[in-house]
Design a protein around this ligand. Structure first.
Ligand SMILES: [Zn+2]
Length: 418
C-alpha cells in the first residue's frame, strides 16, 4: 500500500484515537490509493478463497502482543495485506468490500502451533481451525521437505509450515523403535557424523533441528552423548539453525542443557528440581507446552506443575499441541490454551504464547503473530471473545491468511468434531 501513511501500531484505544484523528485527513487519500493499487481484474469475490476487493473484519479487534482490544475494523486489501486497522469510526469500509463479523465477533491474529506432526494430522484442517502457522517437529526427510512452505506463500488451504525433518538420535534410539520406525529418526553415531548429518539437513533447507534424548519406558533406549549433542548444536548454529530437544526426564533435560540446546519440545514430565528450572531460565531455553496431550495420556499433572515452575522462573512457554499425539486434533485446541493459562499465564498470556511468542520460535517465518498495518494478514474472526470463552476457537467464523479467505464448509456445524 504505497500511498498509505505508515502509522505506528495501535497501542490502545486512547493512544490510537489521537493518531487516527491525525490520520483522518488522509483517510480519503488512503482509500483512493488502496483502490488504485488493487490489481486489475480482481474486482469481485472470486472462487478459491481469493479476496476480491478485499474484506473488512469487524468486531472486537485484538492486534496481538500487549495491545488493548477495541471495537474496530481490520481492512484486508486485495493483496492480502492489512490496509487499515483501527476503531470503527476511523476506518470507513469502502463500497463493495465484503464485511465479515459484527459487534459481537472477535478479530485477532491466527494461532501458531510450535509442535505438530503433519504425518498424523491435516494441515488443511489446522488452517480452517484457526492455525495459521505450524512447525513440524519430526517427519521423514522427503515428507518434511514436501510439506515445508519456507519463504513462499503457502499453497491454498495450507498454513505456513516450518519443518525439522527427521529427529536426530543415537543409533537405535527414540523414536526409531516406536512410532517413528518409518524414517522419522536419523541416527548420529559420533560428533563428526553428527556434524555431517546436520549440515545435510541444513542443505536440504530445514527450518530447525530436532534431537531426542529419550531412554524409553524401560530405560533401555540409547541416547546421544553430550559430545554428540554439542556437535549437533554447534553445526546447527553454524548453519543458522536452532536446536529443539525432546527431553522429558530430569536426566534428559540436564543432558540437553549440557549440549547447549535452544528449546525443549515439551514441558518435561518428571518433576524438575528447582536448580534445573533455574538453569533452563538462565540458558534462555524456550519450552513448547504440549500439556494437553500429556493430560489426554493420563499423566499431565506433573508436567503442569513443571509449567508453573518454569513460568515463575521466567522460562518462556509457547503454545504447541504435538498434533498427531494422544487426544490431539487439527485446529486450535482451547484446552491447551487453558493449560497455559493455568500455568500462570492467564488467558491473555496464553493467547500471547500462542501468537507472537510461538511465531517467534525458531523456524517460523512469514508470521508475526500480530495484526500489523501493511503486513500480510494472518487473522481469524471468532464468534465471541476467546478471553471470555476459549471454546470459540473450535469453530472460527473465517480465517484470512496469505491473501485468501478460509471458511468452514457450509452446513457443517463443527469442522473439528466437537
Ligand atoms: Zn512431537
Amino acid at each position: 500500500m504505497g500511498g498509505v501513511p505508515d502509522p505506528p501500531r495501535l497501542a490502545g484505544p486512547a493512544a490510537a484515537a489521537g493518531r487516527w484523528r491525525a490520520l483522518g485527513r488522509t483517510t480519503g487519500i488512503a482509500i483512493a490509493a488502496m483502490r488504485a493499487s488493487r490489481p486489475r481484474g480482481v474486482t469481485r469475490p472470486a472462487p478459491g478463497g481469493e479476496l476480491g476487493r478485499g474484506v473488512a473484519l469487524r468486531g472486537t479487534v485484538w492486534a496481538g502482543g500487549d495491545s488493548r482490544p477495541y471495537d474496530g475494523v481490520v481492512l484486508v486489501g486485495a493483496d492480502g495485506r492489512i490496509a487499515r486497522i483501527g476503531p470503527t469510526w476511523a476506518v470507513p469500509i469502502p463500497v463493495g468490500v465484503r464485511v465479515i463479523g459484527a459487534f459481537h465477533t472477535w478479530v485477532g491474529p491466527g494461532i501458531v502451533d510450535a509442535h505438530v506432526h503433519l504425518a498424523f494430522g491435516s494441515a488443511g484442517q489446522a488452517l480452517r481451525g484457526g492455525v495459521v502457522g505450524v512447525r513440524d517437529l519430526g517427519a521423514p526427510r522427503v515428507d518434511a521437505l514436501r510439506r515445508r512452505t519456507g519463504h513462499r506463500r503457502p499453497p491454498p488451504g495450507s498454513p505456513y509450515v516450518g519443518v525439522a525433518g527427521p529427529i536426530l538420535t543415537a543409533p537405535g534410539g527414540y523414536p526409531s523403535r516406536s512410532w517413528g520406525a518409518a524414517g522419522f529418526a536419523s541416527f548420529v553415531s559420533n560428533p563428526g557424523h553428527a556434524r555431517i548429518v546436520v549440515r545435510g539437513l541444513a542443505g536440504d533447507g530445514v527450518d530447525v533441528v530436532k534431537v531426542a534424548v529419550e531412554r524409553g519406558p524401560e530405560g533401555g533406549w540409547p541416547v546421544p552423548s553430550t559430545a554428540v549433542l554439542r556437535a549437533v548444536v554447534e553445526a546447527a548454529h553454524g548453519a543458522g539453525l536452532k536446536v529443539v530437544a525432546h527431553a522429558l526426564s530430569v536426566e534428559a533435560v540436564g543432558r540437553a542443557l549440557d549440549g547447549g540446546v535452544d528449546e525443549l519440545a515439551h514441558t518435561p514430565t518428571e518433576r524438575l528440581p528447582e536448580p534445573l528450572v533455574d538453569r533452563l531460565a538462565a540458558a534462555g531455553v524456550v519450552v513448547v507446552s504440549t500439556l494437553q496431550t500429556f493430560f489426554s495420556g493420563g499423566g499431565g499433572r506433573v508436567a503442569a506443575a513443571n509449567a508453573v515452575a518454569l513460568h515463575r522462573a521466567g522460562v518462556p512457554l509457547v503454545y504447541g499441541t504435538d498434533l498427531g499425539n494422544a487426544g490431539t486434533r487439527p485446529g486450535v485446541d482451547p484446552r491447551e490454551l487453558d493449560r497455559l493459562a493455568d500455568a500462570g499465564l492467564g488467558r491473555l498470556g496464553a493467547l500471547r504464547a500462542a501468537t507472537e511468542r510461538s511465531a517467534r520460535v525458531a523456524g517460523v517465518r512469514l508470521r508475526t503473530g500480530r495484526l500489523e498495518l501493511g503486513q500480510p494478514a494472518a487473522a481469524v474472526v471468532l464468534n465471541g471473545d476467546p478471553l471470555v470463552e476459549p471454546g470459540v476457537w473450535r469453530r472460527p467464523r473465517v480465517v484470512v491468511c496469505d491473501g485468501r479467505l478460509v471458511e468452514p464448509p457450509e452446513g457443517q456445524p463443527d469442522t473439528l468434531g466437537g
